[in-house]
Ligand binder design. Structure first.
Ligand code: EPU
Length: 358
């Protein structure tokens, strides 16, 4: 008898005893749980619907498995093959106003809430702070993990505190903003303590007074074109229109948005690059110059590339897509070819934003 089936028997017993406490199933398709729409399966799958279940999972269930994976909306995950361990799906819902006054509010939001719906909710209430992050696929609990960002704002700008269950001890823990070690598409939860914490709630600080961020890219022009007054609502709508024109709708075409991070290069390398490519787009950042990976990939001629069911999105070279039946391995292999090409042409290393699960 294999080790896996031994575990199955044990877990079956556990499930029967604890049915009321956690929803644990086996051999579940993950196709609807990853926005790349890769046909992988999970040997075991647990749905966590409340903090008690999260604690129970940490204390009683996880110790029985060699491998586990926390999955929110699956909008940053690429499965190479079926997952032979336990997939933990965060499904906690709910929003609570902790404090509200004339200037703003503090909100506690459960990790399983849908991020784009949350943005729409805030905008409809007249609360500002997340409107530039409209339409980013994924769940609220995943937003701090990779510090989602777009159009000049990052979620770290509005996060006050992150609450989680420590999966080693089963205890509740909280991290103030500065303790989350937020960086560009990175945080404590992604790099340093990957898989140590199951995020349960995120506290946001939003404002009601006009504070608009229009300087990134074409937001200002987009609002001007629409002839609407600048408001949280019109910013969110402008961001949605821009995103729809460049990025695939994950409901229609499998993708994870940006597949790579934008690389940062030092001043000397930047000057050299600019000599050869005077039109290179860039953003000055603290430690150098951020170069759009989409531009580098585009320059190498990959935009619109397609082989079988995998390819590079025709409107944004930073996005790899699954046209139907692509496998995770095919998409990964394509990303390696692109990395090699960009490196041999520009001497720049691209790093993946997506988490590759083997
Ligand atoms: N560009 C090209 N060809 C392309 C794509 C881009 O030449 O195929 C050029 C554009 O013309 C522009 C520059 O690259 O001059 C930057 O492009 P864009 O404004 O589309 O932004 P990005 O740097 O490619 C980043 C984020 C996106 C975010 C946008 C807007 C990363 C890795 N990506 O993309 O985030 O929506 O800025 O803020 O930082 C995501 O993380 O999933 C994501 C979509």
């Amino acid at each position: 008898m294999s080790m896996i089936s031994l575990k199955h028997e044990y877990s079956d017993q556990l499930t029967n005893n604890m049915k009321s406490q956690i929803d644990l199933r086996n051999n579940i398709s993950l196709k609807e749980y990853n926005t790349f729409k890769i046909s992988a399966r999970a040997a075991w799958f647990a749905r966590v619907g409340n903090p008690g279940q999260a604690k129970f999972l940490a204390k009683e269930i996880l110790p029985q498995y060699d491998r586990f994976l926390i999955l929110g909306g699956g909008s940053n995950t690429l499965f190479a093959k079926s997952f032979d361990g336990l997939v933990v799906h965060m499904a906690m819902k709910g929003k609570e106003v902790l404090h509200e006054d004339a200037t703003g509010c503090r909100l506690r939001v459960a990790a399983g809430e849908d991020w784009p719906e949350f943005v729409d909710y805030c905008v409809s209430k007249g609360w500002g702070g997340v409107e530039n992050l409209a339409l980013i696929p994924g769940q609220v609990g995943a937003s701090p993990v990779q510090n989602i960002g777009a159009y000049g704002r990052e979620v770290k700008d509005v996060i006050e505190e992150v609450h989680a269950i420590d999966l080693k001890t089963g205890e509740e823990v909280s991290f103030k903003n500065e303790e989350c070690h937020f960086a560009y598409r990175d945080s404590l939860f992604k790099s340093e303590k990957n898989d140590r914490y199951l995020i349960t709630f995120v506290d946001f600080k939003l404002h009601k007074e006009d504070e608009f961020h229009l300087d990134y890219g074409s937001i200002r022009d987009e609002i001007r074109k629409s002839k609407e007054a600048v408001s949280y609502q019109s910013i969110a709508e402008a961001v949605k229109r821009i995103r729809r024109s460049k990025l695939p709708d994950v409901g229609e075409l499998g993708s994870v948005g940006s597949f790579f991070k934008n690389p940062v290069i030092n001043e000397d390398d930047f000057e050299l690059l600019r000599e050869q490519h005077p039109d290179v787009p860039f953003f000055k950042v603290l430690d150098g110059y951020k170069i759009p990976a989409g531009w580098l990939i585009d320059q190498c001629g990959w935009k619109g590339y397609r082989e079988k069911d995998y390819g590079v999105y025709p409107h944004q070279a930073l996005v790899l897509v699954n046209y139907g039946n692509a496998t995770g391995k095919e998409i990964y292999a394509l990303s390696e070819k692109i990395r090699e090409d960009v490196h041999s042409r520009f001497g720049i290393h691209l790093h993946r934003e997506v988490t590759f699960v083997e």
